[in-house]
Design a binder for this molecule. Structure first.
Ligand code: MSP
Length: 506
């Protein structure tokens, strides 16, 4: 039976329109999901929208809409973003769905029965944009939230509290045994530092708002939006509905998140799971922020870039390529349109596009449209094996830039091989056999590249596969056999086609 693999993105707040910061996590999760499928894993890839809470309730009031109407409208934009970027998610969850309400209520009851939820009074400072409480020393000047730089609100109300403080030792013990459970390493240190400072119980219900999931034992309260939102990851694999399915995929392999929500995922969430008797996530991987002109994108700063703007110009593949190869997944990175154009032209139009174009053009012309087939051994065999192992090493660490870079090393090697052997000169000199051998090797490289790069640029790889005269799709191949040298069949019909990546003039 195929090995289960489960990856998630955060679920996105519906009050904001999708921008390239949101799409960033989604594209990374998609590349990982597609990569694991190449290995034959049974992949669940979950994304969706976070639809409860004060922020949404207020946005709806401000726009004169009912909250459901507002969330229906905005959730659709995230679904469309997924289609635009060719995400291969297997599910799209909305926290207003009935399956989620049922699952959350069951989970809340389990935590309550365990004795970890108690009634108390909350007095404190709240940032509506974060949907999070702050202590005074965490704020920046003027009682403003450090993330949104907007004033926090003073709140006093009767709340239920989750007994997070009881989990301090268990969390430390968990991370001592599983240091790989928070990545990159620097983020683990941050999490440990926070836990060691001492954990405080946190409020997990609201009496003052109505837009949320009622507590099963006290329906005058709704569940705090983060408590509800985090649980989407369990709803998505059948919690409360299908225990066997849940046990198959849980604990999740990767939660990919931005660094701003690391604490929720690496401190609150594992403790909540422990309280309900469930296992904590195998890995929470936090990436940095994507900035524009050095600043985090936001609605208030009006610097948000919609993915659609870039996809229109670069295509879904060009888009995915930039964010996975030009940006390091981990640290912050600044978005630059000029850098995106330069890299697109250099790597996709020139290196990759040219290799495909010149090899197919010559092979079609010299062989009457019929592929010559690869030799059993050849100078590019070692380079093609190195591409697979480099990609594997990169993907194991979620180093997409480095991993996919290994494929471009192979592309460079093939281009250099052509320059060196000059098949056109061989043919002119009457050695058609030698020219066919060079082209056969290069066609084999193209086939291997189409498989390995399919998690990164699925559209172009599918089209290349078709032009190579191969049946099915590159993503149907299985690793490592699928990229074994010598599988390119002789005698299939090739097609030259238009450039895969037309040059872009900035
Ligand atoms: N709804 C919560 C997540 C709940 S998960 C159980 C939330 N939503 S969000 O829409 O504000 O952010 C979702 C994700 O997008 C987060 O991982 C966040 O870090 C990411 N990004 C939002 N803006 C970003 C950038 N400018 N750059 C990179 N990622 C950013 O938080």
């Amino acid at each position: 039976m195929a090995r289960p693999f489960y990856v998630t993105t955060p679920i996105y707040y519906v009050n904001d329109a999708p921008h390239i910061g949101h799409a960033y996590t989604s594209v990374a999760a998609d590349a990982l999901a597609r990569w694991r499928r190449l290995w034959g894993d049974d992949v669940v890839f979950l994304t969706g929208t976070d639809e409860h809470g004060l922020k949404v309730q207020r946005a709806a009031e401000a726009q004169g809409l009912g909250p459901q109407e507002l969330v229906d409208r905005h959730s659709a934009h995230y679904r469309e973003m997924g289609e635009l970027l060719e995400l291969s998610n297997t599910d799209f969850i909305r926290t207003t769905e009935a399956r989620h309400r049922t699952a959350v209520q069951q989970f809340l009851q389990a935590v309550h029965d365990h004795g970890d939820i108690e009634l108390g009074t909350y007095q404190g400072l709240y940032c509506v944009a974060c949907e999070a409480y702050y202590t005074a020393d965490e704020l920046i000047e003027g009682e403003r939230c450090p993330i949104h730089e907007r004033p926090v609100e003073h709140v006093t109300e009767e709340n239920y509290f989750f007994a997070l403080s009881r989990y301090q030792d268990r969390l430390l013990e968990h991370y001592a045994q599983h240091p790989e459970a928070v990545q990159p390493q620097a983020r683990l240190n941050e999490v440990l530092g926070f836990i060691r400072q001492g954990l405080r119980d946190f409020s997990m219900s609201r009496k003052s708002i109505s837009w949320g999931i009622p507590l099963p034992w006290d329906p005058e309260h709704v569940t705090y939006v983060w408590f509800d939102a985090l649980f989407n990851y369990c709803t998505g694999v059948g919690y409360g509905e299908d225990r066997a399915r849940f046990d198959r995929y849980w604990p999740v392999d990767y939660h990919l998140v931005g660094k701003d929500i690391l604490r929720f995922h690496a401190v609150y969430w594992p403790a909540m799971l422990m309280a309900a008797g469930e296992a904590p996530p195998r890995c929470v991987f936090a990436h940095g922020w994507l900035t524009v002109g050095g600043e985090k994108m936001s609605k208030t700063k009006l610097n948000a870039i919609a993915p659609a703007q870039l996809v229109e110009e670069f295509g879904a593949d060009g888009y995915r390529y930039h964010f996975l190869r030009d940006q390091q997944f981990g640290p912050d990175g600044d978005f630059s349109y000029e850098a995106m154009v330069a890299r697109y032209n250099a790597d996709l139009a020139n290196n990759f596009g040219n290799l495909a174009n010149r090899v197919l053009t010559m092979a079609v012309a010299y062989g009457d449209g019929v592929a010559p087939g690869a030799r059993a051994e050849g100078p590019l065999v070692a380079a093609s094996r190195a591409a697979l192992s480099g990609l594997e090493q990169g993907m194991d660490r979620l180093d997409f830039a480095g991993g996919f870079g290994a494929i471009w090393d192979l592309i460079h090697a093939a281009n250099a091989f052509i320059e060196d052997r000059q098949p056109w000169a061989l043919r002119k000199a009457g050695d058609a056999e030698a020219a066919a051998a060079v082209l056969g090797d290069c066609l084999e490289v193209l086939r291997i590249v189409a498989v390995l790069a399919s998690p990164l640029i699925p559209g172009a790889c599918g089209e290349l596969w078709r032009r190579l005269g191969l049946p099915g799709r590159p993503e149907d191949e299985r690793l490592p056999d699928g990229v074994e040298w010598g599988r390119m069949p002789a005698g299939v019909r090739l097609e030259k086609g238009a450039p895969l990546f037309p040059r872009i003039e900035a």
